[in-house]
Write a protein that binds this ligand. Structure first.
Ligand code: 6PG
Length: 237
């Protein structure tokens, strides 16, 4: 399913409202809300919106468990850290217990960090995690999370978390793999801006089973897939 909003601002306000509903549904259903966050410019504005008292007061944050779909292999104090961004925009402003924030660890190597994150997930979830919500972005090259075109992570079928590299360079990444993302109860792409329009068209018009771009392979096996776009990102549809 897809929804198109006028601009980033409208998308973030509506998505904040919807996030509150999803959190409350999950908490009513099984006592907690597990969400995997992403980095990127749209989530930054969404998290800032969610931190508004109007929204944050509608969620019992003691029942929210926050994870990350991907992270850069940098210290949590680094400006490129997805964890830092989420803390500064949202998590530092809401009453979430610190043990409910399960961030990707920053160890000696990206491989070790990925292994440790997977070990932590295995302690929390007895089986393959079924996140209530997984937020994703879309790169203009068709990547999502840190599943980049041509990266080894695309072929991972067993591990839940693995290291990954972007062709464009930058720090190494740590990413959830397809088996985990596609097991999510609700997987949601947040995409804004005209520079994404061509790729949005490619992905949303791809024939079933197409594997040209990494984002095409996000197809929840038993969950729901939702695309939230602004008009600019949807302009070529
Ligand atoms: C990240 C994400 C990445 C992101 C896309 C889109 O942490 O950067 O892993 O997949 O969601 O690159 O990012 P923008 O929304 O900033 O364009």
């Amino acid at each position: 399913m897809k929804k198109v909003y006028q601009d980033m601002n409208e998308l973030c306000v509506k998505t904040a409202e919807w996030f509150v509903e999803e959190a409350n549904k999950a908490i009513a259903k099984h006592g907690k809300f597990t969400v995997a966050l992403s980095g990127g410019s749209t989530p930054r504005q969404l998290f800032t919106e969610l931190a508004n008292l109007k929204w944050q007061q509608q969620i019992d944050w003691s029942k929210v468990f926050v994870f990350w779909g991907d992270e850069r292999f940098v210290a949590p104090t680094d400006a490129q850290s997805n964890q830092k961004m989420a803390r500064e925009t949202l998590l530092d402003h809401v009453s979430i217990p610190k043990e409910n924030i399960i961030a990707v660890p920053f160890l000696a190597t990206a491989e070790l960090s990925a292994m440790q994150y997977e070990a932590e997930l295995k302690q929390i979830f007895s089986d393959l995690p079924k996140f209530d919500l997984i937020l994703l972005g879309l790169g203009a090259d068709g990547h999502t999370a840190s599943l980049f075109p041509g990266s080894k992570a695309l072929t991972e079928e067993t591990r839940w978390v693995c290291p990954s590299k972007a062709k464009a360079g930058g720090p190494e990444r740590i990413t959830l793999t397809y088996p985990v993302i596609n097991h999510g109860a609700l997987v949601c792409f947040l995409v804004t801006g005209a520079e994404k329009a061509a790729m949005v068209k490619e992905i949303l018009n791809a024939p079933p089973g197409s594997e040209v771009y990494p984002a095409e392979r996000i197809q929840p096996t038993s969950g729901n897939l939702l695309w939230l776009l602004d008009q600019a990102a949807a302009s070529k549809l």
